[in-house]
Design a protein around this ligand. Structure first.
Ligand code: HEC
Length: 254
């Protein structure tokens, strides 16, 4: 039931200075935090594929890993390229890609390593003794992306921490006026859904590289929604009150 004249001050442009100060202080701090978060994403993930800027490959490398790329393979195509003939190197690379099994090691790899590599590895101090299976297997390990440990840790920090941010932001934004009802409701709910999508997609990407797209969609989705809430709230608190109009609207009543 409508109760006229009672809560018509309940909207951002009509609120008193003290509550606007509180909201603004929070939004400024969060805004600053979001900028540093963006910079952090660019620095840690943005460079994962060796190129500047965030791309799908960065997300794939971060979560799924760069599975074709073991240290052994990189060296055999790099500084160890002249140490063994082409076909021997190809054999070693296949062995690494196939998971570096002990059977194949005993059957064919060990003797090639002894023949071509042990002249240095095993005699020059400081070089890994790759005639030893465990040492060689270590160099043959591919980059498996994010570990389950790291994902669990980062997931729960993100879910709890960011949910708080979206809650308070959405709370402030809920006092905005003049936003179409559906748009306002969606803007408040969507960041949470995008956040959940984002976190689930990290896990999915760890096993299926194709899910990296959902990480991108989730991140862009909640960035857009929260930027919209941020700017709208600031504008309604610091521009609208000074344009000479009265806003006699209960922003929570729809
Ligand atoms: C003439 C000496 C020599 C021979 C022969 C040689 N290596 Fe090396 N290897 C080195 C040196 C020196 C380094 C360190 C510098 C570098 O990483 O390029 C190295 C580094 C490596 C590394 C990286 C080790 C690490 O942990 O950083 C791998 C893997 C490797 N070699 C594999 C091989 C394989 C496989 C063969 C045989 C096909 C081989 N090497 C033959 C001298 C040699």
């Amino acid at each position: 039931m409508k109760q006229p004249n009672k809560t018509t001050w309940l909207n951002l442009p009509s609120m008193g200075l003290s509550i606007r100060m509180l909201f603004t202080g929070y939004l400024l701090t969060i805004g600053f935090g979001l900028v540093t978060a963006g910079a952090q994403i660019l620095l840690t993930h943005g460079m994962a594929d060796g190129k500047m800027g965030l791309s799908i490959d960065d997300i794939v490398y971060s979560y799924y890993g760069n599975r074709g790329n073991s240290k052994l393979e990189a060296k055999l195509n790099g500084s160890m390229k002249d140490k063994a003939p082409e076909d021997i190197r190809a054999k070693m690379i296949h062995w690494a890609r196939d998971g570096a099994s002990e059977e194949a090691w005993e059957a064919e790899i060990k003797k090639e390593v002894t023949l071509y590599c042990s002249g240095c590895h095993g005699s020059i101090p400081g070089l890994p003794v790759i005639t030893n299976f465990d040492v060689m297997r270590e160099t043959a390990k591919s980059d498996q992306g994010a570990s389950v440990d790291a994902l669990t840790r980062v997931s729960h920090i993100h879910l709890f921490g960011i949910a708080f941010i979206f809650f308070i932001m959405g709370f402030i934004f809920s006092f905005s006026v003049g936003i179409p009802k559906l748009l306002k409701e969606a803007t408040i709910l969507l960041p949470f859904l995008f956040l959940i999508l984002d976190i689930i997609s990290w896990w999915a990407t760890k096993w299926f590289a194709g899910f990296a797209w959902f990480t991108m969609i989730g991140g862009i989705g909640y960035s857009l929604a929260s930027s919209f809430m941020w700017f709208t709230s600031m504008y309604q608190m610091w521009v609208l009150p000074y344009n000479g109009k009265d806003y006699l609207i209960n922003s929570w009543e729809d």
